[in-house]
Design a protein around this ligand. Structure first.
Ligand code: ADP
Ligand code: MG
Length: 677
């Protein structure tokens, strides 16, 4: 139980019912006190003045200065959400939108989903007409533009974490620039954690343009963007470099965490790793080591897609008797603030997308971060008091890292991006007002594939109905095509399940022994491959009396399955709206694999030699291997299609389906001209 005045710092979720009124009041008072000490709060008058008078305001402030949690609240307090209007705050990551909305609802003492809400793909907790502050992913706001092109319900749109330069952020900024010309009363806030604001400032400077006559009377806002620098509140961080290059950064991260725990003073540890696998492996390694230690060290994971209950543990302050070590992906770099961190361990890597338009391979690769990212990571140690950062790389390596990251739009497959722009009525995607233009080859590739998928016609217009239907579905175009083909040929039930499974990261449990995992997967495995095997997992899950226990016994992730069910339901509702749903041919697996081929034909590969395990992509001749977790790892079928490629020493293909090569030219005659395959 909390004693009045002892709740410091505030926990993520205060269950008011658990507390008597006095205590609840004390906690609220302390939350309010904390709020008033934040640098952004102290600048509120400047901020409100600038927003009032400028079309665009760029706000720069250290992570933790209160940009995300405070700016929307200050706007509400100043009346920007009156008259049924709302304030949107976009995040590149779902988990950030969700945790921050929860935090702000708590600060405002309202129930999440009323005045404060969030909206992420497949999950909206908000009430139209009631919600004044909506945290959402940048992708969701783009989708809202499809039904409300001028985003007319919003009075202020804050594009947060703009320095991350996610694809959706870049597109959003390009579109918002158009919208503010048409809606001078709309205000835009671009929030960034890095000092260099030139790109944003120049982009939004429309003061040289001729004025369009405004339908609104009164004065127009200044069309030169304002810039507000919020002074940081960070303490010094002592940076240690590794003396020599580290061979195994996972092992190095674990032993550094253990030695900090043994010799350094109090304070929690935050470790930056690259992905889910590393994070889970490190949690396990540290937990095993920690058992041998006299003082408790609790290892907690933090990554996108972590169930809410586990997220909460990370944000809850540690008890004084134990130290916590949070093993996180890039997500903890700037988008969420974890209280209590004094030590940071930086692997120097993050998972990054790289796309090669020549081979058409988009791979997720653990690659060195930029110097700007490394500085952000180090900064997490100095939030509450002087801290330390341990870099698992040498000072010489640091000097070779690029100063800033490359915007995602310049290193990605642009299939979804081009489709989305088309659906938003941007006909000439080459001429779009980009913050940074993507490489022309990537655009051409995307246009070519959209055409091959039958989503676009030869005049680069969306086809009817397929193109429009695909753009209505919150799926990548290839999965959407798979699903719509499944509907067309009578296996929508299976198509829905596969699409839903592919929209969660993985349905398999983490932290189990390799052998146990392989056995579990093998039970569901079928010769057609991973995607068809998921149908068995889904069936098993639905039939289980106790689903939680069934998941445990079968190495399946219960939270992921619960999400699959939810996503599947939403997708089936969308299909109904699109007027889909045809006669179902139950149990015809061949139809299912045909539908998969219709969506994923561009990701086709052929076994190089009988008896071997090397594949070659049909387009691009890239060397590929089936990922060991695939049910087809040992079977090595001759022809396959796959969902994605992961790069770990080699290019591994993921979610693999065995196919009949004849279906390739059937699905995409122009892409695979007859006789060439
Ligand atoms: P910024 O967006 O500038 O990085 P935030 O608005 O996210 O800053 O955070 C401001 C402050 O609010 C943090 O310094 C922290 O003290 C507090 N805070 C934010 N989120 C949480 C949370 N989930 N739990 C506890 N405190 C939080
Ligand atoms: Mg923030």
């Amino acid at each position: 139980a909390w004693k009045p005045g002892t709740a410091k710092p505030a926990p993520l979720v205060v269950t008011i019912e658990d507390l008597n009124d006095d205590a609840s009041f004390a906690i609220h008072a302390s939350v309010q006190k904390q709020r008033h000490q934040l640098p952004v709060y102290k600048q509120r008058e400047n901020l409100l003045f600038l927003v009032e008078n400028h079309g665009t305001t760029v706000v720069v402030g250290e992570t933790g200065s209160g940009k995300t949690t405070q700016i929307p609240q200050l706007l509400v307090e100043a009346g920007w959400a009156e008259g049924g209007r709302a304030i949107a705050c976009t995040q590149p990551r779902q988990i950030a939108a969700q945790t921050i909305a929860a935090r702000v609802a708590e600060e405002m003492r309202v129930t999440l989903g009323t005045q404060v809400g969030y909206s992420v793909r497949f999950d909206e907790v908000a009430t139209r007409g009631v919600t004044k502050i909506k945290y959402m992913t940048d992708g969701v706001l783009l989708r809202e533009m499809m039904t409300d092109p001028l985003l007319s319900i919003y009075s202020v749109i804050m594009v947060d974490e703009a320095h991350e330069r996610s694809i959706a952020t870049d597109i959003l900024l390009g579109l918002l620039k158009k919208i503010i010309r048409r809606r001078p009363e709309l205000r835009l806030i671009v929030a960034s954690a890095t000092m260099d604001t030139t790109a944003f400032r120049d982009f939004f400077n429309t003061s040289g343009e001729k004025l369009q006559t405004s339908s609104l009377g009164g004065s127009l806002p200044n069309r030169t963007p304002a810039v507000l620098f919020v002074e940081g509140r960070t303490h010094s961080v002592l940076v240690h470099y590794s003396d020599e290059p580290v061979k195994d950064y996972l092992q190095a991260a674990v032993s550094t965490a253990i030695s900090i725990h043994k010799i350094e003073g109090p304070g929690d540890i935050l470790v930056f790793l690259t992905g889910l696998d590393d994070v889970n492996a490190a949690v396990q390694m540290i937990s095993e080591e920690a058992e041998k230690l006299p003082r408790a060290l609790v290892a907690l994971p933090l990554y996108a897609g972590l169930p809410a209950s586990d997220q909460e543990l990370v944000f809850r302050p540690s008890l004084s008797s134990r130290r916590k070590v949070v093993l996180a992906t890039n997500i903890a770099e700037t988008s969420v603030t974890i209280p209590g961190i004094v030590y940071v361990i930086d692997s120097g890597f993050s998972k990054q997308k790289f796309y090669n338009p020549i081979t058409n391979v988009e791979a997720l690769v653990a690659a060195p971060v930029s110097q700007a990212s490394a500085e952000q990571r180090a900064g997490r140690a100095g939030r509450e008091r002087p801290g330390k950062c341990f870099r698992l790389y040498t000072e010489e390596t640091f000097a070779t890292m690029r100063p800033q990251g490359v915007p995602e739009i310049q290193k990605s497959n642009l299939l979804s991006t081009v489709l989305q722009l088309k659906a938003l009525g941007i006909d000439n995607v080459m001429q779009f007002d980009w913050l940074a233009p993507p490489p022309a080859e990537c655009m051409v590739r995307a246009l070519e594939l959209l055409y091959a998928l039958g989503i676009m016609d030869e005049y680069a217009k969306l086809t009817s109905p397929l193109g429009y239907q695909v753009s209505e579905l919150p799926l990548d175009p290839m999965s959407a095509k798979m699903l719509l083909t499944a509907v067309e040929i009578g296996c929508q039930k299976e198509g829905l399940t596969i699409a839903a499974v592919m929209s969660v990261q993985t349905i398999w449990a983490s932290g189990r022994e390799r052998k146990e995992m392989d056995e579990a997967r093998a039970q569901f495995g079928v010769a057609e491959g991973d995607m068809v095997s998921y149908l068995n997992v889904y069936e098993g899950y639905l039939r289980a009396k106790n689903q939680r226990q069934w998941c445990y016994e079968n190495c399946v992730n219960y939270h992921a399955m619960a999400k699959v069910v939810k996503v599947r339901f939403q997708l089936s509702r969308l299909l109904l709206q699109l007027g889909g749903i045809k006669q179902q041919h139950d149990g015809d697996v061949k139809l299912v694999t045909k539908a998969i081929t219709a969506g994923f034909f561009s990701n086709a590969a052929r076994l190089e030699a009988e008896g071997g395990n090397t594949y070659r992509s049909l387009r691009g001749n890239q060397e590929l291997f089936i990922h060991p977790s695939s049910v087809l790892f040992r079977a090595s079928p001759k022809w396959v299609v796959f969902q994605s490629i992961i790069f770990l020493e080699r290019h591994y293909i993921w979610n693999v389906t065995a196919i009949d090569p004849a279906w390739l030219s059937e699905s995409a005659p122009h892409f695979y001209q007859l006789g060439r395959v």
